[in-house]
Ligand binder design. Structure first.
Ligand code: CP
Length: 309
């Protein structure tokens, strides 16, 4: 039962609950009209302390398409945050007005502090370089709709695996399925953090390899998950400039890839996927972004305990 719960990381949902969320998302995709009034009278608050296009707009579109309404800020300096109000006081106040809240924050753990200070469901929309559970829902729905499930997949993760919160969330979620193997493609400095390598992969006996070259592993992959180098998390600009264009996926690099390879990217992209790849049928990142809205519609309904017969 997801009703009333907060979602702060992927493990806050069991694999059975994930299937329920994806089943409902599939039903919404098949017949969106049926759900057009599911959230009549409900209010979603979006608290974005960091920039966003997909996550904020897709949450807002999700609530509006369910018949609900949206309040919030995308620029914290337009709220009393600018006067020094704490996360605890902000969320207690928002809970007086809204039924459910979505929070993105540059500090790891900030949405958890919010959730600990309210009975209203709080959804983590990305906390620093830590987790981004609803991006993982988006990724998994896209994989499930193409592959039919999550077992026996070889997943390549490429780019900034250190600061990329979507990668950390995806590894956590996928580590629960049989036959999943990761190939992590990154420079030495941008490898996955210890808490993911030891605490998730090794703790669950999930096979993984760390490599520096993309092309040599390409023929093995079922999913290639590209990521942007996270400029905003670097301590100095020189390191960012040195590392930012290390991996650029182009048509030549996928010549020897599987015909049913899924190329995913949480977006936004900078240079890491050449635009020429966009027309390849294996490029699924805009389909992924679209699925993000449907899976968030499903999640909102589940957390509010709303069913449509
Ligand atoms: N994937 C993602 O989180 O995109 P935004 O930063 O645009 O929300």
């Amino acid at each position: 039962m997801l009703k009333g719960r907060s979602i702060l990381e992927p493990m806050d949902m069991t694999t059975a609950e994930l299937e329920e969320i994806f089943d409902l998302a599939d039903a919404i995709i098949d017949d969106p009209e049926k759900f057009a009034h599911a959230c009549d009278g409900k209010l979603l608050a979006t608290l974005f302390y960091e920039p966003s296009t997909r996550t904020r707009f897709s949450f807002e579109a999700a609530m509006l398409r369910l018949g609900g309404k949206v309040i919030g800020f995308s620029e914290p300096n337009s709220s009393s945050v600018a006067k020094g109000e704490s996360i605890a006081d902000t969320i207690r106040t928002i809970a007086c007005y809204a039924d459910i809240a979505v929070m993105r924050h540059p500090k790891e753990g900030a949405p958890r502090i919010a959730a600990n200070n309210t009975d209203m469901p709080v959804i983590n929309a990305g906390d620093g370089g830590h987790m981004h559970p609803t991006q993982t829902l988006t990724d998994l729905l896209t994989i499930r709709r193409r592959k039919g499930g999550f077992t026996n997949l070889k997943i390549g993760l490429c780019g900034d695996l250190k600061f990329g919160r979507t990668v950390h969330s995806l590894i956590k979620a996928m580590s629960r399925y049989e036959g999943v193997e990761f190939i992590m493609i990154s420079p030495e400095e941008l490898r996955v953090p210890e808490y993911v390598r030891k605490g998730v992969l090794e703790a669950n006996n999930v096979p993984y390899r760390e490599v520096k070259k993309m092309k040599e592993v390409m023929p093995e992959l079922d999913v290639l998950y590209m990521t942007r180098v996270q400029r905003e998390r670097f301590f100095n600009e020189e390191d960012y400039i040195r590392l930012k264009d290390r991996y650029i996926l182009d048509l030549e690099k996928i010549e020897n890839a599987k015909e049913d390879l899924m190329i995913l990217h949480p977006l936004p992209r900078v240079n890491e996927i050449a635009v020429e790849v966009d027309n390849d049928p294996r490029a699924l990142y805009f389909e992924q972004a679209k699925n993000g809205m449907f899976v968030r519609m499903s999640l909102i309904m589940k957390l509010l305990g709303i069913e449509v017969q």
